[in-house]
Ligand binder design. Structure first.
Ligand SMILES: [Cu+2]
Length: 291
């Protein structure tokens, strides 16, 4: 299963063609090549990963070499970790990696299994996929902003406040405002002495929001990630979660149009409160949290 396929590549890319079973995008942006490999070492300051990569068919044999990455990707990278990514050669002769995803067997299998279970569950529920207040949330397995697997079972016994955003949302009153309110809810909850509470933002645009991108967003927005996770994962899993939580996200041309939903989940995994739109107040959620 191609979980975050290049089919939903940035819309700045003019065209895409499949060569030898691999997607090579051409146009305004540089060519991109799918790459798999293992991280040998990380230079955080230089934002360089040394990666032993597999053969890139028709381009270069397997070898160990340096790649430039974003600060988020550098912060998330660990020596010994397997990754898959897109490689972008530059005219200057250096190479960049983007869309870096964890690719170790066990976590990848756990996330894929979670996506399949969610697919099955959403399919079985059919028209009743939408979960009302009082209903349990579905199980999920996603990656957080550190590339670690987060399974919904981790939250049992805790309350969870969940919203849905994407990092490059250009509408100030939508995702950026929603993140600001989640941060105030987190601060207010701590001040109110709320116990066993976690905050979760699930991306609406998993193809772009890799763990490294979420990491960079968390740092840029000053999010205290001790009990605030940003989650991403397979496109299908995110789609199914959106369906079950009643969130609409649709690509209209270049723009991802979406609704806003914020939820509070009880320690038993059932939805206790829900706010649709942007007119909710952090304190209305905090008032419902356990002290
Ligand atoms: Cu948005």
């Amino acid at each position: 299963m191609d979980v975050n396929g290049a089919a939903r590549a940035p819309t700045t890319v003019a065209s895409a063609s499949v060569q030898a079973g691999r997607v090579v995008e051409k146009g305004a942006a540089a060519e991109r090549y799918p790459l798999t490999g293992v991280i040998v070492s990380v230079d955080l300051a230089k934002k360089v990963l040394v990666v032993f990569h597999d053969e890139i068919k028709g381009y270069m044999p397997a070898m160990t070499m340096e790649f430039l990455v974003s600060s988020g990707d550098a912060a998330v990278a660990k020596a010994g970790q397997k990754i898959r990514a897109e490689m972008i050669p530059s005219k200057a002769g250096d190479f960049r990696l983007e869309k870096i995803w964890p690719n170790d067997l066990a976590p990848t299998a756990a996330v894929a299994a979670g996506a399949m279970q969610l697919r099955q569950d959403t399919f079985t529920r059919g028209k009743n996929a939408y979960r009302e207040i009082g209903e349990a949330i579905p199980d999920f397995s996603l990656y957080d902003q550190n590339g670690g697997v987060v399974q919904s079972g981790r939250f049992r016994g805790k309350m969870v406040m969940i919203n849905f955003i994407f990092t490059r949302c250009p509408v100030a009153t939508m995702c950026p405002a929603s993140t600001t309110k989640m941060i105030s809810a987190q601060t207010l909850a701590a001040e109110a002495g709320a116990k066993e509470i976690e905050f979760v933002s699930i991306t609406l645009e998993p193809a772009y929001d890799t763990p490294g991108v979420l990491k960079e967003y968390a740092v840029a927005r000053g999010i205290d990630t001790r009990n605030f996770s940003l989650l991403t994962g397979p496109e299908a899993a995110v789609r199914d979660l959106l369906t079950q939580f009643g969130v609409i996200a649709e690509l209209k041309g270049d723009l991802l149009q979406h609704t806003l939903t914020t939820l509070l989940i009880g320690e038993d995994g059932k939805i206790v409160h829900r706010a649709d739109g942007s007119a909710w107040e952090p304190k209305e959620f905090v008032a419902r949290m356990r002290r």
